[in-house]
Write a protein that binds this ligand. Structure first.
Ligand SMILES: NC(=O)c1ccc[n+]([C@@H]2O[C@H](COP(=O)([O-])OP(=O)(O)OC[C@H]3O[C@@H](n4cnc5c(N)ncnc54)[C@H](OP(=O)(O)O)[C@@H]3O)[C@@H](O)[C@H]2O)c1
Length: 217
């Protein structure tokens, strides 16, 4: 299995890299600063930015699956997903006529991407999350995830958007709630380890292709 990995140096991306290597997969990782990435000797490094079409193309070349755990490092407006996801989608779509098209992509999104994500929450919690969290301090991360959702759902790729609530660095529990309609009731957090575990499982799972899927403890 050849995996193209975006965001390998991030919190969830590092865990995905470790899991891919443990599974015996070949990993192409797009890295802005490879020297800072401890696993650089064990992956095919493409040095560059996800805002550069050539670097994105080089990363996905020959891949069986694309994984992305890209994101901004702050809560400010950084437009990482707004700029990178269209380039990834375009690079994948450009392989359509090649002998081996790159069609499968699994991305780390967020429960904030869709308004219906809160449909299973108690009314008080829905109000707080929508009005105090999503509309204020998570405004820009949420806008980025809305953009990522649009880019993927309007593409003809075999995409899966994994949509967790708050991520933590706690140890994975190995069990979590999965829901295709909305965030599970009172779901407020999940560890990056469990998210990475679920994303890896989607590589060979057709269940959530062309869908978003919510994940929570
Ligand atoms: N934090 C939460 O509670 C939470 C909850 C739900 C969803 N999410 C979503 O989860 C995603 C990832 O979160 P995380 O905390 O695991 O990630 P993270 O630690 O913030 O890492 C982000 C990754 O994106 C990379 N990146 C950013 N801009 C890039 C560019 N122009 N070119 C190449 N790489 C670039 C970073 O590379 P560098 O090392 O070069 O900076 C890093 O590898 C985000 O989209 C976030 O919105 C987060």
């Amino acid at each position: 299995m050849k995996v193209a990995l975006f965001g390998a140096s991030g919190g969830t991306g590092k865990l995905l890299t470790e899991r891919c290597l443990a599974a015996g997969y070949q990993v192409s990782a797009l890295l802005r600063t490879p020297a800072m990435f401890a696993l650089r000797e064990r992956v095919r490094v493409v040095q560059g930015s996800a805002f550069d079409p050539d670097s994105v193309r080089e990363t996905i070349e020959g891949a069986d699956v694309v994984l992305s755990a890209l994101g901004a490092k702050s809560l400010r407006k950084e437009d990482v997903l707004e700029r990178a996801v269209p380039l990834i989608v375009a690079a994948m779509q450009a392989t359509a006529t090649m002998a081996k098209p790159v069609r499968r992509i699994i991305v780390l999104g967020s429960a904030g991407a869709l308004a219906s994500s809160l449909d299973k929450q108690p009314v008080w919690r829905r109000w707080i999350v929508q009005n105090i969290v999503y509309n204020t301090f998570l405004k820009w991360p949420v806008a980025s995830q809305v953009s990522q959702w649009k880019d993927l759902s309007q593409s003809d790729l075999d995409w899966t958007m994994v949509m967790p609530p708050m991520l933590t660095n706690a140890a994975g529990r190995g069990s979590y709630r999965v829901d295709g309609e909305a965030l599970p009731r009172n779901g407020s957090r999940i560890s990056r380890e469990d998210v990475a575990d679920f994303m890896m499982r989607q590589i060979n799972n057709p269940e959530w292709v062309r869908k978003g899927v919510y994940l929570s403890w």
